[in-house]
Design a protein around this ligand. Structure first.
Ligand code: AMP
Length: 299
């Protein structure tokens, strides 16, 4: 599976804690999460200040970093602060640094990767990746409110070329100018993707498919969230990682992908940065997946 996105050094401030220089970025979360299901080819850029221990972490998790460029200068830095409810977040600072001139170039060994995750980056860069990839089996794009606001035309072009779009509830409503989330999901499918996953944070996720297919997954009932950063990227990485590992993109299997995504996201938010994911064991994933089954089953 191919993952293209941002790689960052984050500073995260919550009402209780503050941590600097954490490994972050959409591609870091998505790649590490996906690696529990399938081998990953990573494309991104970092600066010369990027700690070696983070490169080693990627490699330890069978993430191929041939496509990870190190450029002269500093790594992309992002600072976010959460409010007391741990949902609302303010971006305090962004320093694009080497990310400013990032143009994702795929090594030739990556071009035939069958499963592609266009993690959150400018949609024009997502299009550039699509131009380089050879007949992929399933392509997923993630996005954020920033691109809906400043690059909606490019984003619309992306929609025409991907199998699945993942975004959160407020973004879906804003993009489709539609207050009803179900209508927003259907409108998004009319713009190109066969499947649309709408994340609702602590309230779970909706999956829309062709011919009126619909699935609603709950979120794992966590009592404490310590750092919600990257939950969406972790979700997307696991969803597609699971699909790649099973080589099955049917609606039935995408439902299991959504639950695996929710399992991984629930672990991710338990600790800052990738600290929980990097210690995770396959048995942890399996046990929480079984809990999801119990919590959502009825006869
Ligand atoms: P999420 O919590 O899913 O919104 O993802 C947060 C991650 O996105 C952080 O680790 C940031 O480094 C990264 N990020 C923030 N702004 C951007 C941006 N404009 N483009 C790409 N990645 C970003």
């Amino acid at each position: 599976m191919l993952v293209v996105g941002s790689i960052a050094l984050d500073t995260i401030i919550t009402p209780k804690e503050k941590h600097a220089d954490l490994l972050g970025g959409s591609a870091s979360y998505a790649a590490l999460s996906a690696s529990f299901f399938t081998p990953v080819n990573l494309v991104g850029v970092v600066g010369t200040d990027f700690p070696k221990k983070y490169l080693e972490l990627f490699q330890k998790h069978r993430i191929d970093i041939t496509g990870l460029k190190t450029e002269q200068g500093e790594t992309f830095r992002w600072t976010g602060q959460y409010e007391i409810n741990m949902n609302n977040r303010t971006t305090l600072s962004v320093a694009l640094n080497v990310f400013e001139k990032f143009s994702p170039e795929l090594p030739s060994s990556y071009r035939a990767t069958p499963y592609v995750l266009l993690a959150n980056i400018h949609p024009a860069l997502q299009l550039h990746v699509l131009d380089q990839i050879q007949s992929p089996r399933f392509v997923v794009a993630d996005t954020m409110d920033l691109w809906i606001n400043i690059a909606s035309e490019d984003l619309k072009k992306v929609l025409k070329r991907v199998d699945m779009l993942i975004l959160n509830d407020s973004e879906a409503k804003e993009f489709m100018k539609e207050d009803n989330l179900i209508k927003a999901g259907h409108k998004l499918m009319e713009m190109g993707p066969k499947y649309v996953a709408i994340k609702k944070g602590e309230h779970g996720c909706l999956l829309f498919g062709p011919e009126g297919r619909f699935f609603s997954a709950p979120a794992y009932p966590l009592k404490q969230v310590n750092d919600p950063t990257g939950a969406g990227d972790t979700f997307a990485g696991a969803l597609l990682g699971y699909v790649a590992s099973t080589q099955d993109a049917s609606f039935e299997n995408l439902r299991r992908g959504v639950v695996n995504g929710s399992v991984m996201a629930s672990y991710n938010v338990e600790e800052f940065s990738l600290r929980r994911l990097k210690e995770l064991q396959p048995s942890d994933i399996k046990s929480r997946f079984e809990e999801f089954k119990q919590y959502s089953h009825f006869a």
